[in-house]
Design a binder for this molecule. Structure first.
Ligand code: GLN
Length: 306
C-alpha cells in the first residue's frame, strides 16, 4: 500500500515539477511574497504513522487559512453545537474576504472558513481563555506532538498593517453584534492564528485526527466526537476552497482546506492525510500545483470518498 502510494506520488511530483509553474504568490500580505515560488513539497501520512515525503518537505510555510479548521475544532470542542448560532455552514460561493453577504445575512458569516467566519470564531476564543493566543498554540502543538510549532510575528504584523479588508469585515460584523470584543484584539488574534508555520508532515499530523474519527493517532486522545468530526469534514468538503469549493470537490473528491501560503491539506477518512505545498496561487487564491497534484493523485489511486 505504502509502496503503491510512493510510486504514484513520485511520478506525479516529477511530472508537475517539469511543467510550467503558473499563478502568482500572494502579495497582499507583503511578507508572504518573499517566499521562493519554486518550492514544492508533498507529504502523505497514513493513520498507522507511516509517511511519504517528497520535495522541499522540511521547509515550514505559512499555513494561513488552513489554521481556520484547527480554530474551528478547538472552539467546537469547547462550546459544542452552540457555535452554529454565530456562524452558518453554507458554501458562500464568494471570495474568502468578501463582505457582500454579511449585510443581508445580518452579520452571520456563511461558514467558518471564510475570513468573516474565522473572525467570529476568534472572537469566541477570546471569551473562552485568559490567554487565547497561547491556548491556540498549545492546542496545535498537542495535535502535532511538536513544541516547535510557532506563530510568525513578521507575518502577523505584515497582515495587520495591510489588512484593511479584514478590519472592515470585523467592524461590519460588530455593527450587527456578532463580534463581542474589541475589533483590534480580534484582528490581532485572527492574524496570529493564520501566521502559524508548519512543514507538510506536521500539517498532516495536525489533521490526522479528522481522518481518524476525531481521535489523535499517536495517543488515541478524542479531540472531537465522531459526529463533530463528520461535520467538520463536511464543511471542508463544501466550503474549504471558497468559490472554488465545487471545483476542488469535482476534481479531487476529498475534504480539504487551502491557505494563501500555498498549502493544501486533504484527507481520506480512515486512510490518510495528504499535504501539498507550492506557493503560486490561481486567481481564487488556491495553490495551482496543489490542486493539480491532488487531482492527479486521486485519479491515479482511483480512491476518493465518492
Ligand atoms: N490571513 C489571510 C487573510 O485573512 C488568510 C486568507 C487565506 O488563506 N485564504 O486574508
Amino acid at each position: 500500500m505504502n509502496h503503491h502510494y510512493q510510486n504514484i506520488i513520485a511520478s506525479i511530483f516529477d511530472q508537475i515539477k517539469a511543467e510550467e509553474n503558473p499563478g502568482a504568490v500572494a502579495a497582499y500580505i507583503p511578507e508572504l511574497a518573499h517566499v521562493d515560488p519554486n518550492l514544492f513539497a508533498v507529504s502523505l501520512k497514513l493513520l498507522d504513522g507511516q509517511s511519504i515525503d517528497y520535495g522541499n518537505h522540511n521547509t515550514g510555510f505559512s499555513i494561513q487559512s488552513i489554521s481556520k479548521v484547527l480554530l474551528l475544532c478547538m472552539v467546537y470542542k469547547e462550546i459544542g453545537e452552540k457555535i452554529w448560532e454565530r456562524v452558518d455552514v453554507e458554501p458562500s460561493g464568494n471570495p474568502f474576504n468578501s463582505l457582500v453577504q454579511l449585510e443581508s445575512d445580518n452579520g452571520i458569516p456563511r461558514n467558518p472558513f471564510i475570513n468573516a467566519g474565522a473572525l467570529v470564531i476568534s472572537d469566541i476564543l477570546i471569551d473562552l481563555y485568559d490567554d487565547p493566543s497561547t491556548a491556540f498554540l498549545d492546542f496545535v502543538r498537542d495535535l502535532t506532538d511538536s513544541v516547535s510549532i510557532n506563530y510568525s510575528d513578521v507575518v502577523t504584523e505584515s497582515e495587520l498593517k495591510n489588512g484593511f479588508r479584514n478590519a472592515a469585515l470585523c467592524n461590519f460584523i460588530k455593527s450587527f453584534g456578532n463580534i463581542k470584543n474589541n475589533p483590534d484584539d480580534v484582528l490581532r488574534l485572527y492574524s496570529q492564528i493564520c501566521s502559524v508555520e508548519m512543514n507538510c508532515l506536521e500539517l498532516c499530523t495536525a489533521f490526522s485526527f479528522l481522518a481518524n474519527g476525531g481521535k489523535k493517532t499517536s495517543d488515541q486522545k478524542q479531540i472531537l466526537t465522531k459526529s463533530q468530526t463528520k461535520r467538520v469534514n463536511a464543511i471542508m468538503q463544501t466550503c474549504g476552497f471558497y468559490d472554488e469549493s465545487g471545483e476542488f470537490s469535482f476534481r479531487v473528491g476529498l475534504p480539504g482546506k487551502s491557505g494563501v501560503g500555498g498549502g493544501i491539506v486533504a484527507l481520506f477518512p480512515g486512510r490518510y492525510v495528504i499535504t501539498v505545498w507550492s506557493p503560486k496561487l490561481n486567481p481564487k487564491g488556491n495553490s495551482y500545483r496543489g490542486m493539480k497534484f491532488l487531482e492527479l493523485f486521486t485519479t491515479a489511486t482511483e480512491e476518493s470518498i465518492f
